[in-house]
Design a protein around this ligand. Structure first.
Ligand code: ZN
Length: 536
């Protein structure tokens, strides 16, 4: 979905020579079906990306160059062009890069400002990390307080906020570090030093010589607290939206506008009251700059044990496969009430064709050089195709769950389909397909949980071998030219006892319900040790 976006806006940045900002979506926290604590919050990560037409040359820029860039943009570009010319000439798109560089590109110094901001804050963080390491005893200080709950004076570890005020009191504010950024840097440093100290103490307890934790580094993605960022969402046209950031220009701190393009998902969550938004982080990458927003929401979901007691419970079972990506069946009161069949629309074959080409290229180029990545664009295409399909299938599953509030989503615990195959390309394709199944599982879990639907992973044993109607062991077959052929790879399933015949994936999907309700073959074993019993 956003893969396409990315390409189109990169293209336009070549033409118009302006830089654009894009948000894309990432789901970061998984909600598992069991742990109640994890149930309470689910977080969505929104990423804002800034793309530049001449990015790489500017990443390692020092303060002096920034100043020069502000005075005279052209001189900077000519010198960079000279340095980079020889290497780039060999690449087919060298003309594009250098052409846009000669014209200067719009707002390239804005990127430089971001780099300078990160550098200044890193320096400040280094100072505070050293400061706290020198005052390690302060971090482990105990403070006494009056507990309202226990109605007595108690002791607890010093909190980060108290440390913050203490550090602010003992250090001096300089022109380079205005108040708001200073607070965020100090908080970062506290976290880093605390983590280091606790790691070191556990290491000392083990008494090993190896594995001494290293001193904490100073670099981090700076958090943009209130007072350093202004973002308006929900107004104006998407293409004319800006985010105002307080950045360091090499001499002073100023407000600079950066254009923003946000996705509908980000805005929807931004406008909804129950989504809580946290301060974004500024993440600078080689080619892009991103703003990462964490958005969280409290979700109340019933425990699976409680919903299992409901006699009219709706269960949504999903069987994931390679070519028929997902077979979704909905069951209530022992009856299947809805069946949805999602095919991959040729994705498997499409991917296979690309991988065949990749395998051939790899074979031709021989042993790969260590640390060098080849065929990056093709791999990226395959990866994005997979990611796109995973999100789409997961959305279909989540939409079905949304139709039945209070339902339970069932997945098989994923088994690995072994990457067997005659050729390397087939093995690679199978591996990709396995990854795709894992991604669908993960995304569907996240998306369903955002709607309050809990996911349960059931025991997958025998779901494709036993009859979903009577529980007898059946056989796989296929019909070729009107003849019934018994084979392991057969697409159909037949039961010798009740003569039930169906698509093998449909049968497997129905069996997932049986496995959840512990019917037929999935009954809890008597006298079995507790860890061997199938968990639900
Ligand atoms: Zn049967």
């Amino acid at each position: 979905m956003y893969g396409l976006h990315l390409i189109s806006f990169l293209d336009s940045s070549w033409q118009k020579n302006v830089f654009l900002l894009e948000y894309c979506q990432k789901l970061s926290i998984a909600a598992s079906g069991r742990n109640d604590r994890e149930h309470q919050k689910t977080a969505m990560h929104t990423v804002a990306t800034i793309a530049y037409d001449h990015p790489k040359a500017l990443t390692n820029m020092d303060q002096e160059a920034i100043l020069r860039a502000r005075e005279n943009k052209c001189s900077l570009f000519s010198c960079q062009e000279e340095r980079g010319w020889g290497r780039r000439l060999a690449r087919p798109n060298s003309r594009l890069i250098s052409a846009s560089a000669r014209r200067g590109g719009a707002n390239t110094d804005k990127r430089a400002f971001l780099d300078a901001t990160v550098q200044v804050l890193n320096a400040a963080r280094a100072f505070y990390v050293n400061f706290f390491l020198a005052h390690a005893e302060k971090l482990s200080e105990r403070v006494s307080y009056y507990s309202e709950k226990h109605l007595e004076m108690r002791e607890r570890a010093i909190s980060a906020n108290e440390l913050l005020t203490w550090a602010e009191f003992h250090t001096v504010e300089t022109k380079e570090h205005p108040l708001v950024y200073r607070r965020s840097v100090i908080k970062d440093a506290i976290g880093k030093v605390r983590a280091y100290l606790s790691n070191r103490s556990t290491w000392e307890q083990t008494g090993k010589k190896k594995g001494k934790p290293g001193l904490p580094g100073a670099s981090n993605h700076p958090s943009l607290y209130q007072g350093t960022i202004e973002l308006t969402v929900g107004e104006a046209d998407q293409h004319e939206r800006f985010v105002r950031l307080k950045v360091y220009t090499g001499a002073c701190w100023t407000w600079v506008n950066y254009p923003v393009h946000s996705s509908c998902y980000f805005e929807r969550r931004h406008s909804e009251a129950d989504w809580e938004q946290q301060s974004p982080k500024l993440v600078l990458r080689n080619k892009t700059a991103e703003l990462h927003f964490s958005q969280t929401k409290e979700i109340r979901a019933k425990k699976v044990k409680e919903s299992k007691a409901d006699p009219h419970l709706v269960t949504v079972a999903v069987d994931l496969n390679v070519k028929n990506l997902a077979m979704i069946t909905v069951r209530q009161d022992g009856k299947i009430i809805e069946t949805v069949f999602v095919t991959d629309r040729g994705l498997d074959h499409h991917r296979y064709r690309h991988l065949k080409r990749l395998a051939k290229k790899q074979w031709l180029s021989g042993k790969p050089v260590k640390g060098e990545h080849s065929n990056q664009q093709l791999w990226q295409h395959v990866r994005r195709m997979n990611e796109d399909a995973a999100h789409k299938v997961a959305r279909i599953i989540a939409n079905i769950c949304a139709k039945y509030p209070g339902s339970v989503l069932l997945f098989e615990r994923l088994r690995k389909i072994k990457a067997k195959g005659a050729s390397k390309s087939r093995r690679m394709n199978r591996r990709q397909a396995n990854q795709l199944r894992g991604k669908i599982n993960q995304h569907a879990k996240d998306k369903a949980f955002a709607q309050g639907v809990v996911t349960v992973e059931v025991n997958p044993h025998g779901t494709s071998q036993y009859c979903s109607r009577c529980g007898a062991k059946g056989e796989r077959f296929s019909i070729l030219r009107g003849k019934r052929i018994k084979a392991k790879w057969g697409k159909l399933f037949g039961c010798p006892v009740c003569h039930y015949e169906a698509n093998a994936d449909l049968n497997a999907s129905k069996n997932v319900h049986c496995s959840f309700y512990r019917e037929w073959h999935w009954q809890p074993q008597k006298k079995a040790p507790p860890q061997a019993a199938p968990s639900g």
